[in-house]
Design a protein around this ligand. Structure first.
Ligand code: SF4
Length: 93
């Protein structure tokens, strides 16, 4: 193996190490963001509104495909009903 071949091998090794380190870190960051959401029990989530307060008019709600479909919440884990409510309710401005 001459010098040029050895240098190329080192470059490839560094490239593989960079990918091997970076990809798991990125994946871990995404999982940590998802894990940071509160469990439904902690915020006393319910599938029914609390008077006129409901997920569909909360600023944390991410709507589903239709207005009646379940969506997601920015801070509470799991599928969220547009008719639901929890103690972290924050009205849209
Ligand atoms: S914070 Fe609570 S009320 Fe607001 S969308 Fe999320 S689950 Fe619904």
């Amino acid at each position: 193996m001459n010098y040029r071949q050895k240098k190329l091998t080192r470059r490839e090794l560094i490239k593989f190490l960079a990918i091997g380190i970076t990809f798991p870190l990125m994946t871990g960051a995404i999982n940590k963001a998802e894990a940071a959401k509160a469990p439904k029990t902690v915020v006393k989530y319910q599938d029914n509104p609390n008077r006129n307060e409901k997920c569909s008019n909360c600023m944390q709600f991410i709507p589903g495909k239709t207005p009646q479909a379940n969506g997601e919440c920015k801070i509470v884990e799991g599928r969220i009903s547009p008719e639901g409510w929890c103690t972290a309710y924050t009205p849209k401005a």
